[in-house]
Design a protein around this ligand. Sequence first.
Ligand code: FES
Length: 177
Amino acid sequence: MSRRPASSSVRNFSTTPRRFEAGRISQRTPRINVTSRILRHSRQLSSTPAPRHGHLDPPKPGEERTITFIDKDAQHHTFTVSDGDNLLDIAQANDLEMEGACGGSCACSTCHVIVEDEGLYDKMEEPDDDENDMLDLAFGLTETSRLGCQVKMSKELDGLKVRLPNMTRNLQASDFK
Ligand code: FES
C-alpha cells in the first residue's frame, strides 16, 4: 500500500516564522528599544517625601511646654516642646527608647508611659476604648498608665513627668486568639 501523499495544506505547513524563510530576512534579533519599553510600561516614581518620624517643630515664644521622661536607668530627660506634640514623637525626636511599633495608630502598647503626677494624669483627656484595650495588654500597667502616642502636650500638662516602663510588649497575632 502506497503512502498517501501529504495534502498541499500539510506540505506547506511550517513552524518557521516567515521572517526566517528563504533568507528573505536576516535572523538577527529585531532591534527593539528595550529601555524605552521598560520606561513606557513602568510606574511613575513618586517624589513625595518620606514621612519623618519624630520630627517636631520648635515651640512658639511664650508657648513653651516642658516634659520630663524618666528612663529605665532613672535618668531624667527634660525637653521644651509645643502644644499638640504627642509623647511618642517627643521621645523619638530625642532618641529615647520608645518603639512606637504601630506608628502611633493605637494598635500596640510599645509607647506605654506611666504618668508620675496623679494631678496631671487627671487633667488629661480620658483614654478612649481603643487605648484602654491596648493598655490592658501592656506590661507593668499602673493606675496612671497611658499610651504616649495618645497624649498630646498642652498648657494644662506643662511640667509633665512620665516614666518609661522596664519592658514593653510587641504584640503578635497570637495575642488576639
Ligand atoms: S505607638 Fe502603638 S499604640 Fe502608641
